[in-house]
Each structure stands twice: as structure tokens, then as C-alpha cells.
Design a protein around this ligand. Structure first.
Ligand code: GAL
Length: 692
């Protein structure tokens, strides 16, 4: 297994080398901030860039929403104002990330070519005056975008002051889908390409149900739930639409990537900034980009976090998840937008806990990020984000508390760089725990369309496993099925509903060769078209897990059922697979009540040199799942290092970083021979400690 791990690391390293070239390893992480010159008096630009540089920023970010200013009339490009801003940024030694502004078409464009606008689910056409309302499917929008991108690329593509490029902004339609005539045509073409014949489509969609059958591709419309009084005849059609939409978005980004790459210097990187949790697009579809990056807002009224102050700190796992999701694709990533303070768009917008922003910055560092960029430098005086904090406040000069925490972080990073040593290898006890978390957006889309219980939330199920792994101090890569699993001693595939023979064979081979595989409820129920197999329930995985699953149960939140593991009871009610283990399979946990009391809930078996653990029950707090993970690692002879609840520990470039996301002070164990560089083992709320 060790040999396999080393080969796996080597493969990952060669894969990443190209993306790494854009960054200097000894800088570890570089810090920047958004600036919108078009929104501010040009007389203030010099002062603002100077202030950025004085605070410690190393780069700035421009032009992502400035199409109207860059192309005031069709084909008339004006970069003079932007040249001035670039010049002033350079004067203060700030590198520039230049952005294509395809998220915000100018008014002349949408009036002259109204077909570029998306059509909402309600049948209404989107209006000018918002953003992300240009259709990814519209040939005209693609043409106009390409012209704008080419003009920018020709102007700035060989400018040494430009560090790299960001395409678009948070590619998506912010949760909306496009039902425009252009999207309808493109969807039909996509289906035709995928299925070749209408019979194949009918089979895949299962249209021999409610007379759903089609006789030609022309008859197909994008399925629109608002226009269906009784649900869709084909759930597969909805999954296909989600797949199509993700492809369409990726295609729009790739189109811009190609235009940029034709014109810009090899030394400038090209990326885009996806939202960190994205259920309508799929960042991994853009494998062509030099690397992918993400945007991050931990505190906006949507997450309770841990304890009474958790709503001011955010979920402990959130930044780590993004690091581990975006980094493995190319071995490089950065956070393109990190929350600077209060925002304006949450259901309510609390103040982040004192020090929380500083903690988020270190969390980004700890995840191996090459850069962090804050959205935004100045608090806007107008527009729909008025209450949104910046690094400086409404007067344009006073550092707000977020700005102060950035300044502090940037000072600390400069000190840490002095201790940087190249090519330090990951501590052995950490490396031997390395875990791959398998992810496929199809499983998210499919279970969102057919949750089967109001309590099912695929992302929550997956992130519960993820956060348990992190609290056991396990390094995680979130990866797709194409990834070579042999580099990972442990693989977790949570609620992996859609499978095929090849995937099951890959899992089997992985465990036979010594891997520890953990599968969880709802895995292996359907084929890639979302059909149940014509076989006993979950037959696809029965041989692998060493158990039959004759039935599953689900209850309401009011019913508290229990699972017994190691003499402790764990409450559940969302989903429970009731297992019948084969001879030789160990039962690790059983149902404590209901009419199937005593039946197995968690099973484990050794296969070849490895093992398979199947966790059939989903609990709301994830405590059972965490205990089972611990036992699986233990059974394989792999140590873990459990941290107090809410503490995230990571290692990078020779430094250990621990962050306290809980609402109480905690003390952590740091080896006595370690050298503490920052903070102490007694962590305040939002406290950070770094040691070597
Ligand atoms: C992001 C978006 C930014 C800005 C920010 C406000 O999601 O990409 O453009 O709107 O939110 O918090």
C-alpha cells in the first residue's frame, strides 16, 4: 500500500506542476482585494491603492462588472480609464487580476439583441439592471462576450502588471435556470448528441409512464416544474436538464478561456471563481482552466455554527470543505472573495465574532491556498450592496474591523515566510490518514429531485462525514470518480445513489489492494439513468458490503428512534437501511427500537487486504457516523487525532494550524517539543495557533 501511496503522490505532483508555476512557493499565500475604479472618483484612486499597499495587500482585482464602461457602444472599446487604474495599482506594487465582465452586459447590447436574455422559470424574460442575465446558450451572447474578451485580452494579455485573469463572476444564474428559446434549442442538441436516437432517450427517461413518450427530439421542452401540476413523467429528464445546464455554464467559461489563451501570455493564469457550495453548476467540469477558485461568505444568517456564538463564526467545516474541494483538481486554488465583515444579502446580517475574519484567513492558509482575496476594498455608497462592509468604511479611508484583521494577517504571513523551507514533506502520521471523499453532482441533483423524505439533504449528509473526518485531524481531498484512489488509504463515498458496474469494480479492486472503503445509506440504488436495477434492492453493492438491504425506513423529526453502538444510543429519523449481514460480515451497530429492533445498521467486513464499512443510518448530529469512522481507522491500524468540537487542525508547508470555531475557549494538545509561532494552545473563540 505504501508504494501505491508514493506513486499516487507523484502523479498528483506532476499534474499540479503547471498550475504551481503561477505562484512562488516561498510566498505560500498572497493577499489581495477587489476594487471597482468605475465606481469611485478617479482623484481618489491613487489614495486608495496606496492605502491597500500600506495595509499589506499584494494584488488587486478589477473590471469584473465594467462591460458598460469598457465598451460604451458596440465595438467601441475604451480602456483608457482602466489603463490609468492599472498604472496606479502598479505604482504601489499591486499586481492586478483582470476580469472579463460577461456577468453584466451593457444596456445597448440587451436592447439591440434582446434574444441574449435568459427566460426565467415563470416564463418572464430577465431585465437589464441586474447581473448574470445573459444566456449561456445564446449564440449572440456568446459572440458579443467573445468580442469583449478578445479586446481585453489583446489589450492586457502581454502586460506584465497583469498577474492573471478571472472569467465572469460566480458562473451560474444564481439559482435560476434558463428556459429561453436559445436554451431550448441547445438542450435538444445536447440530448441528441447524448442519446443519438429518440428511442434511446425514451428508454433512458423512462417515458413509458404517464404517456410521456416522444417521437422526435423537436417535441422536447426543458422540463419546467412550474408548468406541471402533477410532477414530471420522467425524473431523469430533470436530472438531464441539470447536467445540461452545468455543461452549458462550463462551455461558456471554456469559450472565454480559449479566447484568453489565444491572446494572453503563458505567464498569466486564467481561472474563475465558483461559489463554494454550488448545486446548480459543477466547477470540476472546467478542467481546462489553469485552476479553479472559489468565493466564501461564512456568516450571513444561514448557518448556526456551534454554540451560542456560532452564527458569528460560521460552520467549522465550511472553508476547509472549499479548500479540499477546489484544490485537488489542479493542486492549486485560492479564495477569490472572502467576506470582509457584515454583508447585506443574508436573511439577517450579524457582525462576525471579533477575530473571526482573521481565523478564516488562517483557515484558507491552512488548506494550502495560494492566494486570498477580499471582496471588497471600499464599502459601496450606492447600489444593491450598500450595507456590505469593505476593508475601509463609507468615508473611504477608515479601516473597519475586517480591514484591521486583514492587516494583522498580512503582517503575520510576512513573518511566517521567513520560516518557510522548501519541499518539507507531510508528517507521516498525517499522510497515512489521507482520505478521498468521493463526490458526483449527479447524486446531489438526483436526490434533490427525488428526496423521498423531506428530511433528506445530500450536501448535509456529505458534509457531516467531511466535518467528522476533519475533527479527527484527517487530510481530505474531495475528488471525482476519475481519480486514482490508490493514493488514499481511506475512501468515503457518502450516499452514492447512482453507480455502474465499472465503479463497483473500481471500489472492489481498491479494497482488495488494501484500501479502507466506507459507504453510506442510499448507495448503489440506481443506474446512471436514475433507474432502479431490475434486481433485489441495493443488489449492486450487496456483495461488496457483505449484506442484503431488504428494507429502509424514514420518520418525521418528531419520532426519535435509536441505533446502539458500543453500548451508546444514537438518535436518528432521516434514513435507515435495515441490513441483513452475510456470514462473515461483522455487525457494528444495531437498531435499538421500532419493529426491526436488533437488525443491523452498520456492518464491516474485510476484503482482500482492505475493508468495507457500510453505515446504513443517517443521524442529524453525525455523532454515530463519527464514532464509526474512528473505529474504521482504528481497525485498519491508522491513528487519528480527535480534536475538541469545532477545532480544525491542518498542516501545510511545515506548519500546523489550529482554529477554534466553537463558542467556548478550548485547550488543545500540542507536542511538548513543538515550537509555537503564533498564539497558544489555549484557544479563545476564533483563536488561531500555529506551530512547527
Ligand atoms: C458574491 C458576489 C459578489 C458580491 C458579493 C457580496 O457572491 O460574487 O459580486 O455580490 O457576493 O457579498
Amino acid at each position: 500500500m505504501k508504494k501505491i501511496i508514493i506513486i499516487g503522490f507523484l502523479i498528483a505532483f506532476t499534474f499540479a506542476a503547471k498550475a504551481q508555476e503561477f505562484f512562488k512557493p516561498e510566498k505560500m499565500v498572497e493577499t489581495g482585494v477587489y476594487y471597482y475604479p468605475e465606481a469611485w472618483n478617479p482623484d481618489q484612486w491613487d489614495r486608495d491603492f496606496k492605502k491597500m499597499a500600506d495595509m499589506g495587500f499584494e494584488f488587486t482585482h478589477m473590471a469584473e462588472f465594467a462591460w458598460a464602461q469598457m465598451e460604451p457602444a458596440e465595438g467601441n472599446f475604451d480602456f483608457k480609464w482602466l489603463d490609468k487604474a492599472v498604472e496606479l495599482a502598479a505604482k504601489h506594487n499591486l499586481k492586478v487580476i483582470m476580469c472579463t465582465s460577461s456577468a453584466t452586459p451593457p444596456v445597448w447590447l440587451v436592447r439591440k439583441y434582446p434574444e441574449v436574455l435568459i427566460e426565467l422559470q415563470s416564463g418572464q424574460t430577465a431585465q437589464h439592471g441586474t447581473r448574470t442575465h445573459g444566456s449561456f446558450s445564446s449564440p449572440k451572447y456568446r459572440e458579443m462576450t467573445t468580442k469583449m474578451v478578445a479586446a481585453m485580452a489583446k489589450h492586457y494579455g502581454n502586460d506584465k502588471r497583469i498577474w492573471g485573469w478571472q472569467i465572469d463572476n460566480e458562473p451560474s444564474h444564481y439559482g435560476a435556470y434558463d428556459y429561453s428559446p436559445a436554451a431550448q434549442i441547445s438542450f435538444r442538441n445536447w440530448l441528441q448528441k447524448k442519446y443519438k436516437t429518440i428511442d434511446n432517450l425514451n428508454n433512458a427517461w423512462g417515458t413509458a409512464f404517464w404517456s410521456g413518450v416522444y417521437t422526435t427530439f423537436d417535441q422536447i421542452e426543458i422540463p419546467n416544474k412550474l408548468r406541471m401540476n402533477a410532477g414530471p413523467a420522467s425524473t431523469t429528464s430533470l436530472v438531464d436538464f441539470k447536467r445540461f445546464f452545468a455543461d452549458e455554464c462550463a462551455g461558456f467559461i471554456s469559450m472565454q478561456y480559449n479566447t484568453l489563451r489565444e491572446n494572453v501570455s503563458k505567464s498569466q493564469f486564467v481561472t474563475t471563481n465558483f461559489m463554494h457550495i454550488h448545486t446548480d453548476v459543477d466547477p470540476w467540469r472546467n478542467k481546462d482552466l489553469d485552476f479553479i477558485s472559489y468565493t466564501m461568505y461564512p456568516v450571513a444568517g444561514y448557518s448556526k455554527g456551534l454554540g451560542d456564538q456560532g452564527f458569528r463564526l460560521g460552520d467549522p467545516w465550511r472553508i476547509s470543505w472549499a479548500n479540499d474541494f477546489f484544490r485537488p483538481l489542479k493542486g492549486v486554488t485560492g479564495v477569490m472573495e472572502l467576506q470582509p465583515g457584515q454583508v447585506n444579502w443574508g436573511t439577517y446580517n450579524p457582525l462576525p465574532y471579533p477575530g473571526a475574519i482573521h481565523a478564516w484567513l488562517w483557515n484558507a492558509f491552512a488548506g494550502g491556498l495560494d492566494f486570498v482575496c477580499s471582496y471588497r476594498f471600499r464599502q459601496p455608497l450606492f447600489g444593491s450592496e450598500q450595507f456590505h462592509y469593505g476593508m475601509v468604511g463609507t468615508d473611504g479611508v477608515t479601516e473597519l474591523f475586517g480591514g484591521q484583521q486583514y492587516s494583522r494577517f498580512m503582517k503575520e504571513i510576512r513573518e511566517l515566510r521567513k520560516l518557510y523551507k522548501p519541499n518539507v514533506s507531510m508528517p507521516a502520521e498525517f499522510a497515512t490518514r489521507k482520505t478521498a471523499l468521493l463526490f458526483n453532482p449527479d447524486n446531489v441533483w438526483e436526490t434533490e429531485i427525488q428526496p423521498q423524505t423531506y428530511k433528506w439533504n445530500e450536501i448535509n449528509h456529505i458534509t457531516r462525514y467531511y466535518s467528522s473526518l476533519k475533527s479527527l485531524c484527517v487530510p481530505v481531498d474531495i475528488v471525482g470518480e476519475d481519480r486514482d484512489l490508490s493514493a488514499y488509504p481511506v475512501v468515503v463515498a457518502p450516499a452514492y445513489q447512482l453507480v455502474d458496474k465499472d465503479l463497483i469494480a473500481k471500489w472492489k479492486k481498491y479494497v482488495e489492494n488494501g484500501g479502507q472503503l466506507i459507504l453510506t445509506c442510499r448507495t448503489g440504488l440506481k443506474d446512471r439513468n436514475g433507474h432502479f436495477f431490475e434486481a433485489p434492492w441495493a443488489d449492486a453493492i450487496a456483495g461488496l458490503i457483505g449484506a442484503k438491504i431488504p428494507m429502509y425506513d424514514e420518520m418525521s423529526s418528531e419520532t426519535k428512534a435509536n441505533v446502539t453502538f458500543n453500548g451508546e444510543k444514537y438518535c436518528w429519523n432521516t434514513w435507515g437501511d435495515i441490513l441483513e449481514p452475510y456470514f462473515g460480515t461483522e455487525t457494528w451497530a444495531t437498531y435499538a427500537d421500532q419493529f426491526y429492533a436488533g437488525k443491523a445498521s452498520v456492518v464491516h467486513r474485510r476484503v482482500g487486504k482492505g475493508s468495507v464499512t457500510y453505515i446504513g443510518t443517517d443521524t442529524e448530529n453525525g455523532k454515530l457516523e463519527k464514532e464509526i469512522l474512528k473505529k474504521t481507522f482504528e481497525a485498519a491500524g491508522i491513528t487519528t487525532n480527535e480534536q475538541p468540537e469545532g477545532v480544525m487542525v491542518n498542516w501545510r508547508d511545515g506548519f500546523w494550524v489550529a482554529i477554534n470555531y466553537s463558542s467556548t475557549k478550548v485547550s488543545i494538545n500540542i507536542p511538548t517539543n513543538a515550537k509555537i509561532i503564533l498564539g497558544s494552545k489555549d484557544l479563545d473563540i476564533a483563536g488561531v495557533v500555529i506551530w512547527q
